[in-house]
Design a protein around this ligand. Structure first.
Ligand SMILES: Nc1ncnc2c1ncn2[C@@H]1O[C@H](COP(=O)(O)OP(=O)(O)OP(=O)(O)O)[C@@H](O)[C@H]1O
Ligand SMILES: [Mg+2]
Length: 257
């Protein structure tokens, strides 16, 4: 579904991603792992169009989208969550979902001027979709709560809900489980599995908790120092000397081991 093709991205003197290539196959749940500073979030930013690479290409659904802005990629079905949740704290949970709804042709101001009814029915449709999404995520009781009042874990669920509102085909999850308690983490994992199995969503997720990665992902890519170190099943990469090597000396993996 997506090809990350020989991407390099530097920030001044720091090369965050260097000649890195990997694929995200359609209908799967792919893991992207690696120690802190490996370049994982930068890779997501390049895929989503929030950063322009210095070189290389992003191929999504057979199209070269490297030059397309983030909103065009979103309209094509690519959605992402942020390592630090991006909710609107002073809007209700429900409204956070409504404003995240996909803009198919709603983007065009002309429609709002000449076809106000169409805009209203679209808002109604977005509200219905938002309510369903909240029910699915089991946070419908929080619909009227200000998003800023949610716990860290609830904000992560809201972040997933906001991504789902765009009716994407590929969802990038950046550490959706970080700072979330074990019970809620298990629930988030269950939702991801359900979305993948019954709705056919493709996922790529960055996650430091290898047990969660192992539960969710059939295939993982390991990044280290901006490069792809190896790919394979979680069990394969877990026992790979090179992978053990890049984690040796600390990092989040040891905390969760
Ligand atoms: N906007 C930026 N400006 C300068 N340097 C950056 C920027 N974003 C990332 N970097 C650097 O690029 C490298 C890769 O960072 P990145 O955030 O992609 O790593 P990561 O694998 O997501 O790490 P973590 O697991 O800690 O989230 C790091 O050395 C980081 O300091
Ligand atoms: Mg990161």
């Amino acid at each position: 579904m997506l090809r990350f093709d020989n991407i390099t991205k530097s920030f001044g003197g720091v090369t965050a991603v260097e000649q890195c290539s990997f694929e995200i196959p359609s209908a799967g749940i792919t893991g992207l792992i690696g120690p802190n500073g490996a370049g994982k979030t930068t890779a997501f930013n390049v895929i989503a169009g929030h950063l322009q690479p210095d070189s290389g290409r992003i191929i999504f659904d057979g199209h070269n989208v490297t030059q397309l802005p983030a909103w065009r990629r979103q309209a094509m079905g690519l959605s992402r969550t942020f390592q630090l949740p991006h909710e609107f704290g002073r809007l209700s949970v429900l409204d956070n979902l409504v404003v995240a709804a996909g803009n198919r042709d709603g983007e065009k101001l002309i429609n709002a001027i000449f076809f106000p009814d169409r805009g209203r029915s679209r808002e109604h449709e977005a509200r219905q979709q938002a309510l369903k999404t909240l029910e699915f995520l089991e946070i419908d009781s929080l619909a009227g709560e200000l998003a800023g009042n949610l716990s860290g874990g609830q904000k992560k669920l809201l972040e997933l809900g906001r991504a789902l509102m765009q009716r994407p085909r590929l969802i990038l999850l950046d550490e959706i489980g970080a700072g979330v308690n074990r019970t809620l983490l298990g629930k988030i994992a269950e939702k991801i599995l359900a979305l993948n199995a019954s709705e056919g969503y493709t996922f790529c997720l960055i996650e430091h908790d290898l047990d969660t990665v192992s539960r969710l992902c059939s295939n993982v890519h390991v990044m280290a120092q901006g490069r792809l170190l190896t790919s394979g099943s979680v069990e394969d990469v877990r026992n790979d000397e090179r992978v053990i090597d890049v984690y040796f000396g600390g990092g989040k993996y040891q905390e969760t081991a």
